[in-house]
Structures are given as C-alpha cells and as structure tokens.
Design a protein around this ligand. Structure first.
Ligand SMILES: Nc1nc2c(ncn2[C@@H]2O[C@H](COP(=O)(O)OP(=O)(O)OP(=O)(O)O)[C@@H](O)[C@H]2O)c(=O)[nH]1
Length: 419
C-alpha cells in the first residue's frame, strides 16, 4: 500500500515538472519568432477627448434656449435665392442649350394700291416734263402768236419726241382753236392745251391689262420683252406688286436665263410680295422655263403668270427668233394674254425702231415706258403709240418698288401743264 502511494506521488511530481518545462520552452520560442515593431510611436500629445466630455456643459455657462436665438426673419427679402432644403434634390448644373437660330421668314410686303398712283407720282412727271408743258403754255401766252412763235411751239413738241406727224396735227388744231378763242386768259389756254394733248394721247384707248384667269380657268400669261437694260426685270417685279396689291395670285417665270442675276433679282421681287418663282439653270432654254412657269401657274390655280425674258438686241435675228419660240412654246398651254414691250423713255427715237422690230416677231399688246422720271421726252408716249398702234399701259417713274403706274392720259397731261 505504501508502495502504491509512493508511486502516485512520484507520478504527480513528474507531471508537474514536465508541464512547467513545456510552458517555459513555448514562451522562449514566441520571443524568438515575434517581428520587431517598425512604426515609431507618435510623440506624446494632449490627451484625446473622450466620449461625452464636450456634451457636458460647463457648470458656469448660461443655458441658451430656442427663444433666445435670433432666427432669420422669413418675411424679409434677402435678395438671395432660397437655399436648398433637406428635401430639395441636389442641384445639377445643366449647360445652357446652344441658341436655336430663328427661322428667317421673309417679310411679305403690302404694296401700295394702284389706283391713283400716277397722281401720286405726278410731281416726278411735272419735274421731268415741265419743259414740255410749261414751255408750250408760255409760248401760247405770248401776246402776238406769229409764225416764229408757232415754229417754236413745233420745235418744243419735236424736242420732246412727240414725232413729226402728231406735232403737225397738234399745231394745226391749236392754231384753229386759238383763233376761235380770240382773247386768251391763262386759264383758258391751259384748258385748251390740256384738251388737245389728251386727245393726242388717246383717252379712249383700252389700257387695261389682261391679268385675270380665263373662262377655262387658266391663268393669264404676260410676256415681258425688250432690249437689254430697258428695265424688264424691274418692271416684272413691280408689276407683280401691282397685281398682288389688286388681290391677284402671281407666279413669276425667270426666262432670262442669260443673266443669272436677273433670276436672283426677280426672286427677290417675288419673295417681297409672296409670289412663287420658277427658274431654270443659267444658260438653259428660256422657252422651257417659260413653259414650266405657266404649268406651275395652272397647278397653283394662280391668276397671272408673269414671264421675264432676256434682253435682246432687235438687230440680232437669232435672239429675235428665240423670243418667237418662247411665245410659241408657252402657247401650248393656251393663248398668251399680254406681250408687254418695255421701252426706255430716255432712248428716244431708237425706242421706236426697237418697237417696230419686236412687233414683227411677237404681237405686242401693250407698252411699258420706263425711266420717264429721267427724261424730258415724254412725247415718246404719243410717238410710240402711233408707231405700233398699241397703247402705253404702264409707266415707270423711278427705281422704287411702287414707282410703276398704270398710264392715265389725263393725269399725265395734268402733270405736264399743271392745274
Ligand atoms: N429711274 C428709273 N430707273 C429704272 C426704271 N425702271 C428700271 N430702272 C432701272 O433700270 C436698270 C435696268 O433695269 P433691269 O430691270 O435690270 O433691266 P433689264 O431690261 O431686265 O436688263 P437685262 O436683263 O440686262 O436686259 C435698273 O437699275 C433699274 O433700277 C424707272 O422707271 N426709272
């Protein structure tokens, strides 16, 4: 028994000794394998605040309640935009959209009414033609109307391009009437001269323009012809305004394919009054452009198609033949309503020669006398009517858009002799 107890004690001592040495050896191994610290510790600082330290008010500090705090007055306009609220979405800066250019719609003009245009333009006529009207009046007012005076009267009329035959006729009639009159007051003389000049110009000629749709519903077709630079394109543009002012729907045909600027010019005229334009390639066939313009006029149910043709010298047969072709091709749609010959009043007698040649190629139905504001030769009105047997229907009295007037003999003569 004692042996057993002894063996147990020895075993217990062995176990204790073995356990102790194991712990010591582990500790030693740990100390050998642990890496050395690389970071230096920070230098000692003020002790960091600990949680709760600031939350606790100091005992001496007075307490501030919500009532004692000045809040911003909400009624006062600070002039600043309100700041974002908690609910407000975060502000996103959107770059401004590039400005969209306004579409440029050409402004459509309202032309002046045509009625009484010549009366409005009377001052221009009076200015340019005063040598004719006032010259005749002062001669007729002389106390003794001798042969020399009658010759002077004749010269005055010839200088104003009235033409030989009409001048002689007029002088004869004046001689007779002055004799019958006996004593002559200025008013009587003015009336007499006025009557005779109006008769000479022809108050009964039909000066109306065929510009309304035909009974079959086709638009009226107006061809504008003449030599270079007489004012055809300008007249076509001005005439479009006259017609639009009278309530017509107009289509323009730029058959002057020879001069590109003429088509551009006509387009501008058209845009100003809202008239459609048909044009072709530069140097293209003018007859084909004219044909297409009338076709367009028919499709649009327009009232009038105005066709501007290229300026051509009356001496060039090839060009005159081309004009004949333009007319014939257009006539495939139906008859042409008007062929207007544009004559520059400043060219005087040469205008008569042009008129004669053009009349041989195309039947002229009316004359447009342009630039009457720039010449004292208003007598050309009489001469050209006699030459062609067709009336002056329109007169140009300036470069302004509304400086084209229907020709009225009475208003014309009134401007010449004064009232
Ligand atoms: N003072 C004045 N000038 C006018 C009148 N009519 C036209 N003109 C001017 O005459 C010039 C010639 O006019 P256009 O219309 O281009 O002549 P055009 O006959 O078409 O010319 P081409 O196509 O070359 O044959 C322009 O400067 C017009 O402004 C008018 O009645 N009075």
């Amino acid at each position: 028994m004692d042996l057993v107890i002894l063996a147990v004690v020895i075993a217990a001592v062995i176990v204790v000794v073995a356990g102790t040495s194991l712990v010591v050896s582990r500790r030693r191994r740990k100390e050998v394998t642990a890496p050395p610290p690389t970071r230096q510790a920070p230098p000692p600082q003020a002790p960091e605040p600990q949680v709760g330290e600031e939350a606790a008010p100091t005992k001496d500090e007075p307490r501030r309640t919500i009532d004692s705090i000045d809040l911003p007055d909400t009624d006062v306009d600070t002039g600043l935009a309100p700041g974002p609220t908690a609910e407000a979405p975060p502000e996103v800066s959107i770059p401004p959209a590039p400005p969209v250019p306004e579409p440029t719609i050409p402004e459509v003009e309202v032309p002046e009414p045509t009625a009484g245009r010549l009366v409005r333009l009377r001052s221009r006529l009076a200015r340019s033609q005063s040598s004719l009207g006032q010259g005749l009046l002062s001669l007729l007012s002389r106390e003794h109307l001798d042969e020399d005076t009658w010759e002077e009267i004749e010269d005055t009329l010839l200088t104003a391009d009235v033409g030989v035959a009409p001048t002689q006729e007029l002088v004869e009639r004046l001689r007779t009437r002055v004799k019958v009159l006996g004593t002559r007051t200025p008013t009587e003389l003015r009336e007499l001269l006025r009557d005779e000049l109006v008769q000479l110009i022809g108050p009964d000629m039909d000066r109306s323009l065929s510009t309304t749709r035909s009974a079959e519903g086709r638009p009226a077709v107006v061809l504008v012809v003449g030599v270079n630079g007489t004012g055809k394109t300008t007249t076509t543009g001005k005439l479009a305004r006259v017609l639009v002012a009278d309530g017509r729907q107009v289509v323009l045909g730029a058959a002057d394919t020879f001069r590109a600027a003429a088509a551009d010019q006509l387009q501008t005229w058209g845009e100003r009054v809202g008239a459609q334009i048909v044009r072709g390639p530069e140097g293209g066939d003018p007859a084909s452009v004219a044909f297409d313009a009338v076709k367009e006029g028919i499709a649009l149910e327009a009232d009038t198609v105005l066709v501007d043709t290229a300026g051509r010298l009356h001496t060039k047969t090839g060009l005159m033949d081309e004009l004949g072709k333009v007319k014939r091709v257009v006539e495939k749609h139906g008859p042409v309503s008007e062929v207007l010959l544009v004559l520059d009043a400043t060219t005087g007698q040469n205008g008569l020669v042009q008129a004669r040649v053009f009349a041989e190629v195309v039947d002229i139905t009316g004359i447009v006398l342009t630039k009457l504001d720039g010449t004292a030769k208003g007598g050309i009105v009489v001469a050209v009517q006699r030459e062609l047997g067709v009336p002056v229907k329109l007169v140009g009295l300036g470069e302004g858009a509304d400086d084209l007037a229907p020709f009225e003999p009475e208003a014309f003569v009134d401007a010449l002799v004064g009232e």
